[in-house]
Design a binder for this molecule. Structure first.
Ligand code: NAP
Length: 527
Protein backbone atom coordinates (compact mmCIF):
# COMPACT_ATOMS: atom_id res chain seq x y z
CA UNK A 1 0.00 0.00 0.00
CA UNK A 2 1.32 3.44 -0.69
CA UNK A 3 2.03 4.92 2.71
CA UNK A 4 -0.45 7.71 1.98
CA UNK A 5 -3.24 5.16 1.55
CA UNK A 6 -2.16 3.41 4.68
CA UNK A 7 -2.20 6.68 6.59
CA UNK A 8 -5.75 7.27 5.37
CA UNK A 9 -6.77 3.79 6.53
CA UNK A 10 -5.32 4.53 9.96
CA UNK A 11 -7.07 7.90 9.95
CA UNK A 12 -10.48 6.29 9.55
CA UNK A 13 -9.50 3.74 12.14
CA UNK A 14 -8.62 6.40 14.63
CA UNK A 15 -12.22 7.14 15.50
CA UNK A 16 -14.17 10.33 15.87
CA UNK A 17 -11.53 12.43 17.61
CA UNK A 18 -8.87 11.85 15.00
CA UNK A 19 -10.54 11.97 11.63
CA UNK A 20 -9.47 14.88 9.40
CA UNK A 21 -11.51 18.04 9.89
CA UNK A 22 -13.05 17.92 6.41
CA UNK A 23 -14.28 14.38 6.94
CA UNK A 24 -15.50 15.19 10.44
CA UNK A 25 -17.57 18.10 9.17
CA UNK A 26 -19.46 15.92 6.71
CA UNK A 27 -20.05 12.90 8.93
CA UNK A 28 -22.11 14.16 11.88
CA UNK A 29 -19.72 12.79 14.48
CA UNK A 30 -21.13 12.67 18.01
CA UNK A 31 -18.47 13.79 20.50
CA UNK A 32 -16.63 11.18 22.51
CA UNK A 33 -18.40 10.12 25.65
CA UNK A 34 -16.20 9.10 28.52
CA UNK A 35 -16.68 5.41 29.30
CA UNK A 36 -17.12 4.30 32.88
CA UNK A 37 -15.40 0.95 32.49
CA UNK A 38 -11.75 0.44 33.13
CA UNK A 39 -9.76 -0.65 30.12
CA UNK A 40 -6.60 0.07 32.11
CA UNK A 41 -7.41 -2.58 34.70
CA UNK A 42 -8.16 -5.09 31.95
CA UNK A 43 -4.83 -4.31 30.25
CA UNK A 44 -3.06 -4.72 33.58
CA UNK A 45 -4.62 -8.14 34.03
CA UNK A 46 -3.44 -9.20 30.56
CA UNK A 47 0.05 -7.82 31.23
CA UNK A 48 0.23 -9.63 34.58
CA UNK A 49 -0.61 -12.91 32.81
CA UNK A 50 2.34 -12.24 30.48
CA UNK A 51 0.06 -12.08 27.46
CA UNK A 52 0.42 -8.44 26.44
CA UNK A 53 2.75 -8.96 23.51
CA UNK A 54 3.43 -5.92 21.34
CA UNK A 55 6.13 -7.19 18.98
CA UNK A 56 6.06 -9.45 15.97
CA UNK A 57 7.22 -13.05 16.22
CA UNK A 58 9.95 -14.20 13.85
CA UNK A 59 11.94 -17.39 14.35
CA UNK A 60 10.74 -17.61 17.94
CA UNK A 61 11.95 -14.10 18.82
CA UNK A 62 9.78 -11.10 19.63
CA UNK A 63 10.90 -8.33 17.29
CA UNK A 64 10.17 -4.71 16.39
CA UNK A 65 9.87 -3.37 12.86
CA UNK A 66 13.41 -3.06 11.46
CA UNK A 67 12.93 0.67 10.90
CA UNK A 68 11.33 1.12 14.33
CA UNK A 69 7.97 2.26 12.93
CA UNK A 70 4.85 1.40 14.89
CA UNK A 71 1.10 1.53 14.51
CA UNK A 72 -1.40 2.25 17.23
CA UNK A 73 -3.95 -0.30 18.34
CA UNK A 74 -7.08 1.42 19.55
CA UNK A 75 -10.16 0.57 21.52
CA UNK A 76 -13.08 1.30 19.17
CA UNK A 77 -15.38 1.86 22.16
CA UNK A 78 -13.34 4.70 23.62
CA UNK A 79 -10.65 5.72 21.14
CA UNK A 80 -7.97 4.98 23.76
CA UNK A 81 -4.64 3.78 22.41
CA UNK A 82 -4.13 0.30 23.86
CA UNK A 83 -0.63 -0.36 22.54
CA UNK A 84 1.80 0.31 19.73
CA UNK A 85 2.79 -2.64 17.57
CA UNK A 86 5.45 -2.81 14.86
CA UNK A 87 4.57 -1.61 11.38
CA UNK A 88 6.38 -4.35 9.50
CA UNK A 89 6.83 -4.76 5.77
CA UNK A 90 8.64 -6.87 3.20
CA UNK A 91 11.97 -7.31 5.03
CA UNK A 92 10.44 -8.70 8.20
CA UNK A 93 8.09 -10.88 6.15
CA UNK A 94 10.99 -12.33 4.15
CA UNK A 95 12.74 -13.25 7.40
CA UNK A 96 9.55 -14.80 8.76
CA UNK A 97 9.22 -16.86 5.56
CA UNK A 98 12.87 -17.98 5.80
CA UNK A 99 12.31 -19.03 9.41
CA UNK A 100 9.12 -20.92 8.52
CA UNK A 101 10.89 -22.58 5.60
CA UNK A 102 13.82 -23.86 7.63
CA UNK A 103 11.53 -25.04 10.45
CA UNK A 104 9.27 -26.84 8.00
CA UNK A 105 11.83 -29.62 7.54
CA UNK A 106 12.06 -30.47 11.24
CA UNK A 107 8.40 -29.85 12.13
CA UNK A 108 7.05 -31.92 9.26
CA UNK A 109 9.38 -34.80 10.19
CA UNK A 110 7.91 -35.15 13.68
CA UNK A 111 5.37 -37.90 14.12
CA UNK A 112 1.71 -36.97 13.95
CA UNK A 113 1.47 -37.87 17.61
CA UNK A 114 4.24 -35.42 18.55
CA UNK A 115 2.60 -32.57 16.62
CA UNK A 116 -0.76 -33.55 18.08
CA UNK A 117 0.57 -33.31 21.65
CA UNK A 118 1.97 -29.81 21.08
CA UNK A 119 -1.33 -28.65 19.58
CA UNK A 120 -3.31 -30.21 22.42
CA UNK A 121 -1.12 -28.35 24.91
CA UNK A 122 -1.73 -25.12 23.01
CA UNK A 123 -5.48 -25.78 23.24
CA UNK A 124 -5.22 -26.41 26.99
CA UNK A 125 -3.27 -23.19 27.51
CA UNK A 126 -5.77 -21.10 25.53
CA UNK A 127 -8.63 -22.55 27.56
CA UNK A 128 -6.87 -22.11 30.89
CA UNK A 129 -6.09 -18.47 29.97
CA UNK A 130 -9.41 -17.80 28.30
CA UNK A 131 -10.12 -14.52 30.04
CA UNK A 132 -7.04 -12.67 28.75
CA UNK A 133 -7.56 -13.29 25.00
CA UNK A 134 -11.25 -12.51 25.51
CA UNK A 135 -10.41 -9.19 27.18
CA UNK A 136 -8.01 -8.39 24.36
CA UNK A 137 -10.72 -9.05 21.79
CA UNK A 138 -13.20 -6.85 23.60
CA UNK A 139 -10.64 -4.09 23.94
CA UNK A 140 -9.25 -4.05 20.40
CA UNK A 141 -12.27 -5.24 18.42
CA UNK A 142 -15.19 -4.09 20.58
CA UNK A 143 -17.20 -7.32 20.81
CA UNK A 144 -18.97 -7.88 24.13
CA UNK A 145 -17.07 -9.98 26.67
CA UNK A 146 -19.63 -12.79 26.47
CA UNK A 147 -19.13 -13.07 22.72
CA UNK A 148 -15.36 -12.77 23.15
CA UNK A 149 -15.35 -15.67 25.61
CA UNK A 150 -17.45 -17.59 23.11
CA UNK A 151 -14.85 -16.87 20.45
CA UNK A 152 -12.05 -18.14 22.70
CA UNK A 153 -13.89 -21.46 23.01
CA UNK A 154 -14.70 -21.52 19.30
CA UNK A 155 -11.15 -20.53 18.30
CA UNK A 156 -9.56 -23.06 20.65
CA UNK A 157 -11.87 -25.79 19.36
CA UNK A 158 -10.03 -25.75 16.01
CA UNK A 159 -6.74 -26.42 17.76
CA UNK A 160 -8.26 -29.29 19.73
CA UNK A 161 -10.02 -30.73 16.67
CA UNK A 162 -6.93 -30.63 14.46
CA UNK A 163 -4.72 -31.97 17.24
CA UNK A 164 -6.93 -35.05 17.00
CA UNK A 165 -7.15 -34.98 13.20
CA UNK A 166 -3.33 -34.87 12.87
CA UNK A 167 -3.34 -38.60 13.61
CA UNK A 168 -5.88 -39.41 10.92
CA UNK A 169 -4.17 -38.16 7.77
CA UNK A 170 -4.40 -41.43 5.90
CA UNK A 171 -3.15 -42.21 2.41
CA UNK A 172 -4.45 -44.87 0.02
CA UNK A 173 -3.41 -48.07 -1.66
CA UNK A 174 -4.91 -48.40 -5.13
CA UNK A 175 -5.45 -51.80 -6.80
CA UNK A 176 -2.75 -51.85 -9.50
CA UNK A 177 -3.36 -52.23 -13.23
CA UNK A 178 -0.26 -54.46 -13.62
CA UNK A 179 0.36 -57.38 -11.28
CA UNK A 180 4.01 -56.50 -10.49
CA UNK A 181 3.14 -53.00 -9.33
CA UNK A 182 1.85 -51.40 -6.16
CA UNK A 183 0.22 -47.97 -6.31
CA UNK A 184 0.25 -45.75 -3.25
CA UNK A 185 -1.07 -42.30 -2.41
CA UNK A 186 0.68 -40.29 0.31
CA UNK A 187 -0.68 -37.11 1.83
CA UNK A 188 2.08 -34.63 2.60
CA UNK A 189 2.08 -31.07 3.98
CA UNK A 190 2.14 -28.31 1.33
CA UNK A 191 5.01 -26.45 3.05
CA UNK A 192 5.11 -22.84 4.20
CA UNK A 193 1.67 -21.25 4.52
CA UNK A 194 0.93 -17.51 4.45
CA UNK A 195 -2.24 -16.83 6.48
CA UNK A 196 -3.90 -13.41 6.28
CA UNK A 197 -6.80 -12.80 8.66
CA UNK A 198 -9.42 -10.12 9.39
CA UNK A 199 -10.31 -8.17 12.53
CA UNK A 200 -13.83 -9.46 13.15
CA UNK A 201 -12.74 -12.81 14.63
CA UNK A 202 -9.26 -11.95 15.92
CA UNK A 203 -8.61 -15.46 17.29
CA UNK A 204 -10.84 -17.95 15.48
CA UNK A 205 -9.86 -16.94 11.95
CA UNK A 206 -6.24 -17.61 12.91
CA UNK A 207 -6.76 -20.94 14.68
CA UNK A 208 -9.06 -22.20 11.90
CA UNK A 209 -6.05 -21.90 9.55
CA UNK A 210 -3.06 -22.48 11.82
CA UNK A 211 -4.61 -25.53 13.55
CA UNK A 212 -4.87 -27.71 10.41
CA UNK A 213 -1.67 -26.28 8.90
CA UNK A 214 0.45 -27.19 11.93
CA UNK A 215 -1.37 -30.51 12.39
CA UNK A 216 -0.21 -31.81 9.04
CA UNK A 217 3.31 -30.44 9.33
CA UNK A 218 3.17 -27.07 7.57
CA UNK A 219 4.82 -24.00 9.06
CA UNK A 220 3.05 -20.66 9.00
CA UNK A 221 3.51 -16.92 8.65
CA UNK A 222 0.40 -15.22 10.01
CA UNK A 223 -0.57 -11.65 9.26
CA UNK A 224 -3.40 -10.52 11.55
CA UNK A 225 -5.35 -7.35 10.87
CA UNK A 226 -3.66 -4.13 11.96
CA UNK A 227 -6.79 -3.45 14.04
CA UNK A 228 -6.54 -6.61 16.15
CA UNK A 229 -2.93 -7.81 16.42
CA UNK A 230 -2.86 -8.14 20.23
CA UNK A 231 -5.13 -11.21 20.36
CA UNK A 232 -3.03 -12.88 17.65
CA UNK A 233 0.20 -12.15 19.53
CA UNK A 234 -1.19 -13.49 22.81
CA UNK A 235 -2.25 -16.69 21.03
CA UNK A 236 1.23 -16.99 19.49
CA UNK A 237 2.80 -16.58 22.94
CA UNK A 238 0.68 -19.47 24.21
CA UNK A 239 1.75 -21.54 21.17
CA UNK A 240 5.41 -21.03 22.10
CA UNK A 241 4.64 -21.97 25.70
CA UNK A 242 2.96 -25.12 24.39
CA UNK A 243 6.13 -26.20 22.64
CA UNK A 244 5.24 -25.30 19.04
CA UNK A 245 8.82 -24.80 17.85
CA UNK A 246 10.33 -21.41 17.08
CA UNK A 247 9.75 -20.71 13.39
CA UNK A 248 6.75 -23.03 12.94
CA UNK A 249 4.49 -20.09 13.76
CA UNK A 250 5.56 -16.54 12.86
CA UNK A 251 3.49 -13.37 13.17
CA UNK A 252 4.07 -10.17 11.20
CA UNK A 253 1.81 -7.12 10.99
CA UNK A 254 1.76 -3.61 9.61
CA UNK A 255 1.87 -2.64 5.94
CA UNK A 256 -0.66 -5.15 4.59
CA UNK A 257 0.00 -4.89 0.83
CA UNK A 258 3.77 -5.03 1.37
CA UNK A 259 3.46 -8.09 3.62
CA UNK A 260 0.98 -9.63 1.18
CA UNK A 261 3.29 -9.03 -1.78
CA UNK A 262 6.26 -10.57 0.05
CA UNK A 263 4.18 -13.69 0.75
CA UNK A 264 2.88 -13.82 -2.83
CA UNK A 265 6.28 -13.36 -4.47
CA UNK A 266 8.10 -15.93 -2.38
CA UNK A 267 8.61 -19.30 -4.04
CA UNK A 268 9.02 -20.79 -0.55
CA UNK A 269 5.42 -19.94 0.38
CA UNK A 270 3.37 -22.74 -1.15
CA UNK A 271 -0.07 -21.77 0.07
CA UNK A 272 -2.03 -18.60 0.77
CA UNK A 273 -5.02 -18.85 3.05
CA UNK A 274 -7.06 -15.68 3.45
CA UNK A 275 -10.17 -14.54 5.27
CA UNK A 276 -11.39 -11.06 4.52
CA UNK A 277 -13.02 -8.91 1.89
CA UNK A 278 -13.77 -10.20 -1.58
CA UNK A 279 -11.79 -7.35 -3.15
CA UNK A 280 -8.56 -8.24 -1.31
CA UNK A 281 -9.20 -11.97 -1.85
CA UNK A 282 -9.32 -11.44 -5.61
CA UNK A 283 -6.00 -9.57 -5.49
CA UNK A 284 -4.38 -12.39 -3.54
CA UNK A 285 -5.77 -14.98 -5.92
CA UNK A 286 -4.38 -13.09 -8.92
CA UNK A 287 -1.07 -12.52 -7.11
CA UNK A 288 -0.71 -16.22 -6.36
CA UNK A 289 -0.75 -17.09 -10.05
CA UNK A 290 2.87 -16.12 -10.66
CA UNK A 291 4.21 -18.76 -8.29
CA UNK A 292 1.19 -21.10 -8.71
CA UNK A 293 0.35 -21.36 -5.02
CA UNK A 294 -2.50 -23.29 -3.52
CA UNK A 295 -5.17 -20.77 -2.45
CA UNK A 296 -8.02 -20.88 0.06
CA UNK A 297 -10.30 -17.87 0.33
CA UNK A 298 -13.02 -17.14 2.89
CA UNK A 299 -14.57 -13.94 1.58
CA UNK A 300 -17.59 -11.73 2.06
CA UNK A 301 -21.19 -12.93 2.22
CA UNK A 302 -24.66 -11.51 1.59
CA UNK A 303 -26.67 -13.97 3.62
CA UNK A 304 -30.40 -14.31 3.01
CA UNK A 305 -32.55 -15.29 5.96
CA UNK A 306 -35.90 -16.54 4.65
CA UNK A 307 -38.88 -16.59 7.00
CA UNK A 308 -41.80 -18.53 5.53
CA UNK A 309 -45.45 -18.14 6.51
CA UNK A 310 -45.30 -21.57 8.14
CA UNK A 311 -42.35 -20.72 10.43
CA UNK A 312 -42.53 -20.90 14.19
CA UNK A 313 -42.40 -17.17 14.84
CA UNK A 314 -40.48 -17.40 18.13
CA UNK A 315 -37.85 -19.65 16.55
CA UNK A 316 -37.63 -17.34 13.51
CA UNK A 317 -37.23 -14.18 15.61
CA UNK A 318 -34.63 -15.75 17.90
CA UNK A 319 -32.69 -17.24 14.99
CA UNK A 320 -32.72 -14.14 12.79
CA UNK A 321 -31.79 -11.91 15.73
CA UNK A 322 -28.75 -14.09 16.47
CA UNK A 323 -27.80 -14.38 12.80
CA UNK A 324 -28.08 -10.63 12.26
CA UNK A 325 -26.74 -8.95 15.39
CA UNK A 326 -23.83 -11.16 16.42
CA UNK A 327 -20.72 -8.96 16.71
CA UNK A 328 -22.95 -5.95 15.90
CA UNK A 329 -23.60 -7.33 12.44
CA UNK A 330 -19.90 -7.63 11.62
CA UNK A 331 -19.57 -11.26 10.59
CA UNK A 332 -19.40 -12.76 7.12
CA UNK A 333 -22.31 -15.07 7.96
CA UNK A 334 -24.54 -12.34 9.39
CA UNK A 335 -28.07 -12.31 7.96
CA UNK A 336 -27.77 -9.46 5.47
CA UNK A 337 -31.26 -9.69 3.98
CA UNK A 338 -34.28 -10.93 5.94
CA UNK A 339 -36.85 -12.11 3.40
CA UNK A 340 -40.28 -12.43 5.01
CA UNK A 341 -43.33 -14.02 3.37
CA UNK A 342 -46.30 -11.68 3.04
CA UNK A 343 -48.63 -13.62 5.32
CA UNK A 344 -46.30 -13.33 8.29
CA UNK A 345 -44.57 -10.02 7.47
CA UNK A 346 -46.43 -7.73 9.91
CA UNK A 347 -46.42 -10.25 12.75
CA UNK A 348 -42.73 -11.05 12.26
CA UNK A 349 -41.76 -7.37 11.95
CA UNK A 350 -43.53 -6.49 15.21
CA UNK A 351 -41.96 -9.37 17.16
CA UNK A 352 -38.54 -8.85 15.58
CA UNK A 353 -38.49 -5.11 16.39
CA UNK A 354 -39.44 -5.89 19.98
CA UNK A 355 -36.53 -8.32 20.21
CA UNK A 356 -34.11 -5.81 18.66
CA UNK A 357 -35.21 -3.17 21.17
CA UNK A 358 -33.95 -5.44 23.95
CA UNK A 359 -30.36 -5.32 22.66
CA UNK A 360 -28.15 -3.23 24.91
CA UNK A 361 -25.53 -1.10 23.17
CA UNK A 362 -22.38 -0.28 25.12
CA UNK A 363 -18.78 -0.91 25.92
CA UNK A 364 -18.14 -4.64 25.64
CA UNK A 365 -16.47 -4.68 29.05
CA UNK A 366 -19.84 -3.93 30.66
CA UNK A 367 -21.61 -7.14 31.51
CA UNK A 368 -25.01 -6.03 30.24
CA UNK A 369 -23.72 -5.11 26.76
CA UNK A 370 -24.92 -7.18 23.84
CA UNK A 371 -23.92 -4.76 21.06
CA UNK A 372 -20.46 -3.22 20.94
CA UNK A 373 -19.20 -0.46 18.62
CA UNK A 374 -18.41 -0.93 14.95
CA UNK A 375 -14.73 -1.38 14.20
CA UNK A 376 -14.15 2.21 13.07
CA UNK A 377 -15.53 5.41 11.64
CA UNK A 378 -15.38 4.10 8.06
CA UNK A 379 -17.67 1.23 9.04
CA UNK A 380 -20.25 3.68 10.43
CA UNK A 381 -20.07 5.82 7.32
CA UNK A 382 -20.70 2.73 5.20
CA UNK A 383 -23.83 1.92 7.23
CA UNK A 384 -25.04 5.52 6.88
CA UNK A 385 -24.53 5.37 3.13
CA UNK A 386 -26.59 2.17 2.88
CA UNK A 387 -29.41 3.62 5.01
CA UNK A 388 -29.51 6.84 2.97
CA UNK A 389 -29.58 4.86 -0.26
CA UNK A 390 -32.45 2.67 1.01
CA UNK A 391 -34.61 5.53 2.32
CA UNK A 392 -34.06 7.55 -0.86
CA UNK A 393 -35.50 4.57 -2.80
CA UNK A 394 -38.59 4.04 -0.64
CA UNK A 395 -37.53 1.90 2.34
CA UNK A 396 -38.76 2.91 5.80
CA UNK A 397 -36.66 2.91 8.95
CA UNK A 398 -38.74 1.03 11.52
CA UNK A 399 -36.20 1.21 14.37
CA UNK A 400 -32.88 2.99 14.92
CA UNK A 401 -31.31 4.27 11.73
CA UNK A 402 -28.73 6.59 13.25
CA UNK A 403 -25.53 6.81 15.27
CA UNK A 404 -25.93 5.88 18.91
CA UNK A 405 -25.82 8.63 21.51
CA UNK A 406 -22.69 6.95 23.01
CA UNK A 407 -20.73 8.48 20.12
CA UNK A 408 -17.53 6.95 18.73
CA UNK A 409 -18.48 4.18 16.29
CA UNK A 410 -21.60 3.02 18.13
CA UNK A 411 -24.65 2.62 15.89
CA UNK A 412 -28.24 1.94 16.90
CA UNK A 413 -29.56 -1.55 16.20
CA UNK A 414 -31.70 -0.85 13.17
CA UNK A 415 -34.61 -2.41 11.31
CA UNK A 416 -35.50 -1.18 7.83
CA UNK A 417 -38.75 -2.21 6.13
CA UNK A 418 -39.75 -2.61 2.49
CA UNK A 419 -36.23 -3.07 1.18
CA UNK A 420 -36.03 -4.02 -2.50
CA UNK A 421 -33.41 -5.49 -4.80
CA UNK A 422 -32.28 -2.15 -6.23
CA UNK A 423 -30.92 -1.01 -2.84
CA UNK A 424 -27.38 -1.35 -1.52
CA UNK A 425 -28.84 -3.08 1.55
CA UNK A 426 -29.97 -5.89 -0.76
CA UNK A 427 -26.96 -6.03 -3.06
CA UNK A 428 -23.98 -5.67 -0.69
CA UNK A 429 -22.79 -6.70 2.73
CA UNK A 430 -23.71 -3.89 5.17
CA UNK A 431 -21.42 -5.27 7.92
CA UNK A 432 -23.29 -3.42 10.64
CA UNK A 433 -26.33 -3.70 12.94
CA UNK A 434 -28.94 -3.13 10.24
CA UNK A 435 -31.67 -5.68 9.52
CA UNK A 436 -33.40 -5.09 6.17
CA UNK A 437 -36.84 -6.70 5.90
CA UNK A 438 -37.85 -7.70 2.37
CA UNK A 439 -41.37 -8.98 1.67
CA UNK A 440 -41.95 -11.86 -0.77
CA UNK A 441 -44.95 -13.83 -2.05
CA UNK A 442 -43.87 -17.32 -3.11
CA UNK A 443 -41.16 -19.85 -2.31
CA UNK A 444 -39.83 -19.59 -5.89
CA UNK A 445 -39.57 -15.81 -5.57
CA UNK A 446 -37.71 -16.14 -2.24
CA UNK A 447 -35.19 -18.60 -3.66
CA UNK A 448 -34.69 -16.40 -6.73
CA UNK A 449 -34.11 -13.32 -4.54
CA UNK A 450 -31.79 -15.24 -2.21
CA UNK A 451 -29.62 -16.43 -5.11
CA UNK A 452 -29.63 -13.06 -6.87
CA UNK A 453 -26.13 -12.13 -5.70
CA UNK A 454 -22.50 -12.94 -6.46
CA UNK A 455 -21.99 -14.02 -2.86
CA UNK A 456 -22.69 -17.56 -1.63
CA UNK A 457 -21.52 -18.05 1.93
CA UNK A 458 -24.35 -18.56 4.48
CA UNK A 459 -28.14 -18.70 4.16
CA UNK A 460 -30.86 -19.32 6.73
CA UNK A 461 -34.42 -20.55 6.38
CA UNK A 462 -37.24 -20.73 8.90
CA UNK A 463 -40.12 -23.13 8.17
CA UNK A 464 -41.96 -25.95 9.90
CA UNK A 465 -42.32 -27.86 6.64
CA UNK A 466 -39.82 -30.71 6.26
CA UNK A 467 -40.25 -31.02 2.47
CA UNK A 468 -39.76 -27.27 2.09
CA UNK A 469 -36.66 -27.26 4.28
CA UNK A 470 -35.06 -29.91 2.00
CA UNK A 471 -36.28 -28.29 -1.23
CA UNK A 472 -35.09 -24.80 -0.35
CA UNK A 473 -31.80 -25.91 1.25
CA UNK A 474 -30.94 -27.76 -1.96
CA UNK A 475 -31.89 -24.79 -4.18
CA UNK A 476 -29.85 -22.21 -2.32
CA UNK A 477 -26.50 -21.42 -3.96
CA UNK A 478 -24.64 -21.19 -0.66
CA UNK A 479 -21.91 -23.11 1.14
CA UNK A 480 -23.76 -23.15 4.49
CA UNK A 481 -27.47 -23.34 5.24
CA UNK A 482 -29.07 -22.98 8.67
CA UNK A 483 -32.58 -24.46 8.96
CA UNK A 484 -34.49 -23.03 11.93
CA UNK A 485 -31.14 -22.02 13.43
CA UNK A 486 -29.18 -18.77 13.29
CA UNK A 487 -25.79 -19.83 14.72
CA UNK A 488 -24.38 -22.73 12.72
CA UNK A 489 -20.57 -22.51 12.76
CA UNK A 490 -18.70 -25.32 14.49
CA UNK A 491 -15.24 -26.80 14.20
CA UNK A 492 -16.63 -30.18 13.14
CA UNK A 493 -18.51 -28.92 10.03
CA UNK A 494 -17.04 -27.58 6.77
CA UNK A 495 -17.14 -23.78 6.59
CA UNK A 496 -16.82 -21.95 3.27
CA UNK A 497 -18.58 -20.30 0.40
CA UNK A 498 -19.44 -20.73 -3.26
CA UNK A 499 -19.46 -18.16 -6.08
CA UNK A 500 -17.45 -15.07 -5.06
CA UNK A 501 -17.57 -15.95 -1.35
CA UNK A 502 -14.50 -18.08 -1.70
CA UNK A 503 -12.65 -21.26 -2.41
CA UNK A 504 -12.03 -24.21 -0.13
CA UNK A 505 -13.39 -25.20 3.26
CA UNK A 506 -12.17 -24.63 6.80
CA UNK A 507 -12.77 -26.75 9.89
CA UNK A 508 -13.95 -30.38 9.88
CA UNK A 509 -12.25 -33.38 8.29
CA UNK A 510 -12.39 -31.51 4.94
CA UNK A 511 -10.44 -28.51 6.25
CA UNK A 512 -7.18 -30.37 6.55
CA UNK A 513 -7.10 -31.21 2.83
CA UNK A 514 -6.37 -27.55 2.09
CA UNK A 515 -2.92 -28.00 3.65
CA UNK A 516 -2.04 -31.32 2.05
CA UNK A 517 -0.66 -32.41 -1.32
CA UNK A 518 -1.31 -35.86 -2.76
CA UNK A 519 1.72 -37.81 -3.88
CA UNK A 520 1.27 -40.88 -6.07
CA UNK A 521 3.99 -43.52 -5.76
CA UNK A 522 4.18 -46.30 -8.31
CA UNK A 523 6.35 -49.23 -7.14
CA UNK A 524 7.28 -51.37 -10.11
CA UNK A 525 9.05 -54.64 -10.87
CA UNK A 526 7.75 -56.31 -7.73
CA UNK A 527 6.93 -59.59 -9.42
P1 NAP B 1 -9.95 -6.89 4.53
O1 NAP B 1 -9.87 -5.43 4.46
O2 NAP B 1 -9.94 -7.66 3.27
O3 NAP B 1 -8.74 -7.34 5.47
C1 NAP B 1 -8.50 -8.70 5.75
C2 NAP B 1 -7.01 -8.89 5.94
O4 NAP B 1 -6.35 -8.61 4.71
C3 NAP B 1 -6.40 -7.96 6.97
O5 NAP B 1 -5.36 -8.63 7.65
C4 NAP B 1 -5.84 -6.85 6.11
O6 NAP B 1 -4.78 -6.17 6.73
C5 NAP B 1 -5.33 -7.65 4.93
N1 NAP B 1 -5.13 -6.89 3.72
C6 NAP B 1 -5.74 -5.76 3.31
N2 NAP B 1 -5.27 -5.39 2.09
C7 NAP B 1 -4.32 -6.31 1.74
C8 NAP B 1 -3.48 -6.51 0.62
N3 NAP B 1 -3.51 -5.67 -0.42
N4 NAP B 1 -2.63 -7.56 0.62
C9 NAP B 1 -2.58 -8.41 1.65
N5 NAP B 1 -3.38 -8.29 2.74
C10 NAP B 1 -4.24 -7.27 2.78
O7 NAP B 1 -11.23 -7.39 5.31
P2 NAP B 1 -11.72 -6.92 6.74
O8 NAP B 1 -12.39 -5.61 6.58
O9 NAP B 1 -10.63 -7.04 7.74
O10 NAP B 1 -12.78 -8.07 7.08
C11 NAP B 1 -14.11 -8.00 6.74
C12 NAP B 1 -14.39 -8.88 5.53
O11 NAP B 1 -13.98 -10.21 5.82
C13 NAP B 1 -15.87 -8.97 5.25
O12 NAP B 1 -16.10 -8.89 3.86
C14 NAP B 1 -16.25 -10.34 5.76
O13 NAP B 1 -17.39 -10.89 5.14
C15 NAP B 1 -15.02 -11.11 5.48
N6 NAP B 1 -14.96 -12.30 6.33
C16 NAP B 1 -15.15 -13.52 5.75
C17 NAP B 1 -15.13 -14.66 6.53
C18 NAP B 1 -15.33 -16.00 5.91
O14 NAP B 1 -15.02 -16.99 6.58
N7 NAP B 1 -15.83 -16.11 4.70
C19 NAP B 1 -14.92 -14.56 7.91
C20 NAP B 1 -14.73 -13.31 8.48
C21 NAP B 1 -14.75 -12.18 7.65
P3 NAP B 1 -4.98 -4.83 7.60
O15 NAP B 1 -6.25 -5.00 8.37
O16 NAP B 1 -3.77 -4.83 8.46
O17 NAP B 1 -5.05 -3.72 6.63
Amino acid sequence: MAMATMAMRRAVALGARHIPAAAAASSRVVPLRHMSTDAGAAMEKIRAAGLLRTQGLIAGKWVDAYDGKTIEVQNPATGEVLANVPCMGSRETSDAIASAHSTFYSWSKLTASERSKALRKWYDLIISHKEEPALLMTLEQGKPMKEALGEVNYGASFIEYFAEEAKRIYGDIIPPTLSDRRLLVLKQPVGVVGAITPWNFPLAMITRKVGPALACGCSVVVKPSEFTPLTALAAADLALQAGIPAGALNVVMGNAPEIGDALLQSTQVRKITFTGSTAVGKKLMAGSANTVKKVSLELGGNAPCIVFDDADIDVAVKGSLAAKFRNSGQTCVCANRILVQEGIYEKFATAFIKAVQSLKVGNGLEESTSQGPLINEAAVQKVEKFINDATSKGANVMLGGKRHSLGMSFYEPTVVGNVSNDMLLFREEVFGPVAPLIPFKTEEEAVHMANDTNAGLAAYIFTKSIPRSWRVSESLEYGLVGVNEGIISTEVAPFGGVKQSGLGREGSKYGIDEYLELKYICMGNLG
